[in-house]
Design a protein around this ligand. Structure first.
Ligand code: NAP
Length: 302
C-alpha cells in the first residue's frame, strides 16, 4: 500500500510516518519546504505550495490513500495576517488536493483528514459525539468548519472521506504537553482560568493508531480522536506536576492575564470541550492510554 501524507514533517506526521513505515506502508509526502525533500525507496518527498496552487503532480502516482495533516500552527500569535494563514493553509491545501484528484487519473480510494474538536461549542456540561451539528462561533470553530467543508468536496469524486476531530495531543516532542510542562518544571504550574474547563486529551500513539485503524479498516465519516476520560484543566495541570514530581500550589492564572500575554489565542487554553470516544471504540479501536497519568508518564519518559 502507498499513502500520500501532507504535514508529514510535523508533530503528528512524524509519529504517523514511523507507524506506517513499521507496518510496511510506502509513503509519498508533500512538503512546503524544499529543504525537507528526501527521496528514499519507501519515503519520497514532493514539493507543493498551496498558496499559489503549485503541486508536484507525480505525488499521487500509485497512491491508494491520502492522509491530510498540513496546516499552519495555531499556537503562534493570532495577528490578522496569521489568522488568514491558519485558515488558508487548511482550505487551500485541501482544494489543491481536490483539483489534482479530479484532474489526474489516480487510484486513490480513501482520504483521511485531520480536524479538531474546536468545532464543538464551548461547554462544560455537554458531551459531544460525532452526531452533534452545532459549531462553535469562534475563530477556530469557523476555521474547522470551513476546513471540513473543503474536505467534504472530495466525496464527490467517489472517494471515502474520514475526518479525525483531534483533541489535545500529548507528546514529549512538542505541542501542548511540552508547553504545559514548562511552568510546572519551574515550580509555578497552576490551573489556567477557572481550571474547570474540560480538556479532551489523547496520547500521540493512540492518535496515530486511530489514523492507522481508519486506514486499514477503510472507515469513513467523522471520528473523534480523544481518550475516553476527559479531565478538567486543573486535573490535567495537577497530573503533569505529579508526574514531574513538582509542587502544585500556585493560584490559578486569571483569564485577563492569559489574554494580556497571548492575545486572542488564549481561547485555546480556556475553551471547554467534553468529547466522546465511543464511536471509534464501538468500531473496534482499543486505546493504549486510558489513564492520563500513564499517558503523561510515557510522553515525558518518567
Ligand atoms: N497537535 C494537536 O494537538 C492538534 C490538535 C487538533 C488538531 N490538530 C491538527 O492536526 C494537524 C497536524 O498537527 P501537528 O501538531 O502535527 O502540526 P505541526 O507540527 O504544526 O505540523 C503541521 C505541518 O503542516 C505543514 N504546514 C505548516 N504551515 C503550512 C502552510 N502554511 N501550508 C501548508 N502546509 C503547512 C508543515 O509541513 P511542511 O513544512 O513539510 O510543509 C508542518 O510540518 C494540523 O492540521 C492540526 O491543526 C493538531
Amino acid at each position: 500500500m502507498r499513502v500520500l501524507v501532507t504535514g508529514a514533517t510535523g508533530l503528528i506526521g512524524n509519529e504517523l510516518v514511523s507507524l506506517l513505515l513499521k507496518n510496511g506502508v510506502y509513503i509519498n509526502y508533500l512538503t512546503t519546504s524544499e529543504d525537507k525533500l528526501q527521496s528514499e525507496q519507501r519515503y519520497s518527498g514532493f514539493y507543493w505550495n498551496p498558496d499559489n496552487g503549485n503541486i508536484d503532480e507525480n505525488c499521487i502516482d500509485d497512491v491508494d490513500a491520502i492522509i491530510h495533516l498540513a496546516g499552519a500552527s495555531v499556537s503562534k500569535r493570532w495577528t490578522k495576517a496569521y489568522k488568514q494563514e491558519i485558515l488558508e493553509s487548511r482550505v487551500l491545501s485541501t482544494n489543491v488536493l481536490y483539483s489534482l484528484l479530479k484532474n489526474k487519473p489516480n487510484k486513490v480510494k480513501q482520504f483521511i483528514s485531520a480536524s479538531a474538536i474546536g468545532i464543538y461549542p464551548d461547554s462544560k456540561e455537554k458531551v459531544y459525539s460525532e452526531d452533534s451539528t452545532e459549531t462553535d462561533n469562534s475563530f477556530l470553530g469557523n476555521v474547522v468548519k470551513k476546513w471540513e467543508e473543503a474536505v467534504d468536496q472530495i466525496k464527490r469524486l467517489d472517494i471515502k472521506v474520514a475526518k479525525v476531530r483531534t483533541g489535545i495531543v500529548l507528546s514529549g516532542n512538542g505541542g501542548a504537553l511540552t508547553e504545559m510542562a514548562k511552568p510546572v518544571k519551574m515550580g509555578i504550574g497552576s490551573p489556567l482560568g477557572t481550571g474547570k474547563q474540560m480538556q479532551s486529551w489523547i496520547h500521540i500513539q493512540d492518535l496515530v493508531g486511530i489514523y492507522y485503524y481508519i486506514l486499514t479498516h477503510e472507515l469513513d465519516g467523522v471520528y473523534n480522536a480523544v481518550a475516553p476520560y476527559p479531565v478538567t484543566n486543573a486535573t490535567l495541570m495537577k497530573t503533569v506536576a505529579k508526574v514531574l514530581n513538582m509542587p502544585f500550589f500556585m493560584p490559578n492564572v486569571p483569564k485577563f492575564m492569559l489574554e494580556a500575554v497571548l492575545g486572542e489565542m488564549h481561547q485555546i487554553l480556556l475553551s471547554s470541550q467534553n468529547v466522546s470516544a465511543r464511536k471509534i471504540i464501538g468500531d473496534g479501536y482499543q486505546f493504549k492510554y486510558l489513564s492520563l497519568e500513564k499517558a503523561i508518564k510515557e510522553a515525558l519518559k518518567k
